[in-house]
Design a protein around this ligand. Structure first.
Ligand code: NAI
Length: 688
């Protein structure tokens, strides 16, 4: 170590650059703001204040980023001093200017710290933001007070309630940062700090930028709508609005109080659980860790709903895409769907013309299977029929180069049966995308019995590249998500026979927080897929099963869902006009009569409890069978792919909140209601 360098804590050290003290935060991987970071920063500010020949300070992160957020693990426990507001107070009280040098991401507490400094210098690639609301809390170190001083109350509400990430160019326009440099950040920040020597420029001393009350009201309403009136959104709006009304110290105190209350709320625990579950799900088990095979060219076979969505996702990620179809007409339809998508993105201002053109230029539609030899990864998305899959995989086997990774997007079929039929089963895995594939984040990565570790690793790396959330699952009917969803939907069908109506079940589950109820979802996706599958399974169905035939009767009457204008609901004027009609009620009542059930009133609580416990039971079975590797993976799947409310953490998190006695009683009830083929799981596997 050279003269002038000092280690303050294991994660913060300082270096002198003449009369400027450079404070370096080194807490890999993302320089999360932890207790040790805060201790180090406080010591550094003390040094700056106490050293007469130091005139200014610079805070900078080492590695790839500034402070990209706080250490979330601390948020569930009593916080240890010094807390972040004290660090910011020390910076503001210091008589010498302090400049934040921001590269990578300055998020959450990282941005709040920067806003407590006298100036912020960033690189062209820096992003800033306050994502706390997405974790069920609000910024607790002045973010809600300093941001409106720079951008106004309305823009602050928009930014903080959405957790928006703002690139440095935009942040400069908004004055959230003061200088953007394309040269050496550290040198620029030191120069900036020197130029401020002898001055303090505290945002706390500025007035809140005035806004038209109508503009504020409109921002409030949009934020409430988009944020579903969750507690953190409501609290954020309140404290941001207080910035224009209260003296800053009072407003800071009420911000801190709301932060302290929210961080220990059940919702915040649930959202942190989901946050960590998502990160964990990205990791392969030790036994499967391997170097992914390199992938630049992806071939997608089948340009239907899924194939075109997957193609867009790969094009957007900068990959070369071959789109392969069985005939020119189908190829044409698929290519047009992709072209239309890019046209719409451009028309709505979401994508620049040249970017859209660049993405589309990497697409090669073809019916020539010879071309497959160019592909590093091939994703099959043809009809959901084993015979068709076999034909297509035989062709893939004939044309793909050695070492290419071969994936199927099947929803239910046996990945091992597909793999075994070709000469290289080790190269095969399932990549189960969700519809629309260019929008939905979830990707189930299906491990077959012979899937090679580096093939699985390639699937995970692909997910990352496409910006997807991968979850590894074993090869079993419906994998994780569809299997749980089926158990849930079946239970909801039981409840129709027991006495509930579709609109009541949907409303109760929407009230719990699901994006849509199960019957509205069924109408949206079409009842005929389930109908076809039920007929295919009829011969092998367990005679003990409680089989609800309502869906079959609806389909027999041509009620296939929204696409036919009627399903569980009738849609006289398009999808927004769902109403129930007597035909459906008649079919449901008839089903109850046939089973000898006297219809009764079901409470919303019973509907929610039975639907959720059906998910929990199936989750425990999946875990016991090894289809799911971790309990938390199940929560990721249900939140990311099936509209389970994120703020409830997922079915496993929900179960863990219920208490043993309530769970036991609920499971007894579930077993009573679910017929002779019901398999009751041991929930202990979920509850550790
Ligand atoms: P789709 O019917 O929209 O598209 C299938 C495409 O495959 C058609 O364009 C067809 O021409 C093409 N095709 C059929 N046989 C072919 C062959 N021998 N060679 C080349 N192309 C052929 O079907 P969709 O919905 O895109 O589903 C495809 C796969 O994705 C299925 O396995 C399905 O289970 C799965 N999946 C579907 C989801 C959905 O929501 N639609 C969600 C997740 C997976």
């Amino acid at each position: 170590m050279s003269a002038g360098e000092a280690v303050l804590t294991p994660v913060v050290h300082t270096e002198r650059d003449g009369d400027v003290l450079v404070v370096i935060i080194n807490n890999p991987p993302v320089n999360a703001g932890s207790l040790e970071v805060r201790r180090g920063l406080l010591a550094a500010i003390d040094t700056l204040q106490a050293t007469p020949d130091l005139l200014a300070g610079v805070l900078i992160g080492s590695g790839s980023t500034f402070i990209a957020g706080s250490d979330l693990r601390e948020f569930g426990k009593p916080l240890e001093a010094p807390e972040l507001p004290s660090i910011i107070e020390a910076i503001e009280a210091c008589t010498k200017p302090v400049v934040a040098a921001l590269h990578g991401a300055a998020l959450g507490g990282g941005l709040e710290l920067a806003l407590g400094c006298d100036a912020r210098v960033a690189t062209v690639k820096t992003v800033v933001g306050l994502p706390e609301v997405t974790l069920g809390i609000i910024p607790g170190a002045g973010g809600t007070q300093r941001v409106p001083r720079r951008v106004g109350v309305a823009r602050a509400i928009q930014m903080i309630c959405s957790g928006e990430r703002i690139p440095s160019g935009k942040a400069l326009e908004l004055r959230l940062i003061d200088e953007v440099v394309s040269t050496d950040l550290r040198a620029a920040a030191i120069a900036h700090a020197r130029s401020l020597a002898g001055r303090k420029c505290r945002i706390r001393d500025e007035a809140v930028l005035p806004d038209d009350p109508a503009v504020i009201e409109s921002a409030v309403q949009s934020a409430l709508r988009a944020g579903k009136r969750r507690p953190a959104v409501m609290a954020a709006i309140e404290v941001i609005q207080a910035s224009a009304r209260l003296p800053i110290d009072d407003a800071l105190a009420s911000e801190r109080a709301a932060f302290q209350r929210l961080r220990l709320s059940r919702e915040a625990f649930a959202l942190r659980h989901q946050f960590f579950a998502e990160r964990e799900a990205m990791k392969l088990p030790q036994a499967f860790q391997a170097t992914p095979r390199p992938v630049q060219t992806v071939a997608i076979i089948g340009a239907g709903t899924m194939g075109s969505g997957i193609a867009i996702s790969a094009l957007d990620a900068g990959m070369d895409v071959l789109l392969v179809e069985q005939d020119e007409a189908a190829l044409q339809r698929g290519s047009e769907r992709i072209h239309e998508y890019y046209n719409n993105r451009v028309a709505s201002g979401k994508l620049k013309v040249d970017q859209a053109a660049a993405n589309e230029s990497r697409l090669t539609p073809t019916t020539d299977w010879e071309q497959l030899r160019r592909a590093d990864l091939i994703i099959e998305a043809v009809f959901e029929e084993m015979a068709v899959k076999h034909v297509v995989f035989a062709k893939i086997d004939a044309h793909a180069r050695a070492g290419a990774v071969l994936a199927t997007n099947t929803s239910y079929l046996d990945v091992d049966a597909i793999a075994r039929a070709i000469s290289r089963p080790q190269d095969v895995l399932g990549l189960h995308f969700f519809s629309p594939a260019n929008v939905m984040k979830l990707l189930e990565v299906v491990r077959g019995e012979q899937t090679a570790p580096d093939v699985l690793a390639t699937g995970m790396a692909l997910a990352k590249r496409l910006g997807k959330q991968p979850v590894v699952t074993g090869n079993a009917f419906g994998f994780i998500g569809n299997r749980i969803y089926n158990a849930y939907r079946k239970q909801c069908e039981f409840m129709l026979e027991d006495g509930a109506w579709p609109e009541q079940v949907d409303a109760a589950l929407q009230a719990f927080g699901f994006a849509m109820g199960p019957f509205a979802v069924a109408d949206l996706s079409g009842l005929d897929i389930a109908w076809r599958m039920r007929r295919a399974q009829a011969a092998t169905r367990n005679p003990q099963e409680r089989y609800v035939a309502i869906l079959d009767h609806l389909c027999e009457q041509g009620r296939l869902g929204q696409k036919s204008g009627a399903g569980y609901y009738t849609y006289p004027d398009g999808k927004r006009s769902a109403t129930t009609d007597q035909t459906v009620r008649g079919i449901i009542e008839q089903a109850s009569v046939q089973r000898g059930i006297e219809r009764r009133l079901l409470s919303d609580e019973e509907i929610q409890r039975r639907a959720l416990l059906a998910m929990v039971n199936e989750a425990a079975l999946l875990l016991a069978e090894g289809v799911a590797g971790r309990a938390t993976d199940i929560d990721v799947v249900m939140v990311q792919g099936y509209g389970f409310p994120r703020w409830e953490g997922g079915p496993v998190f929900w179960a863990r909140q219920q208490g043993a006695a309530a769970l036991q009683a609920g499971m007894d009830e579930l077993a009573r209601c679910s017929g002779g083929s019901f398999v009751r799981a041991n929930l202990a596997v979920l509850l550790d």
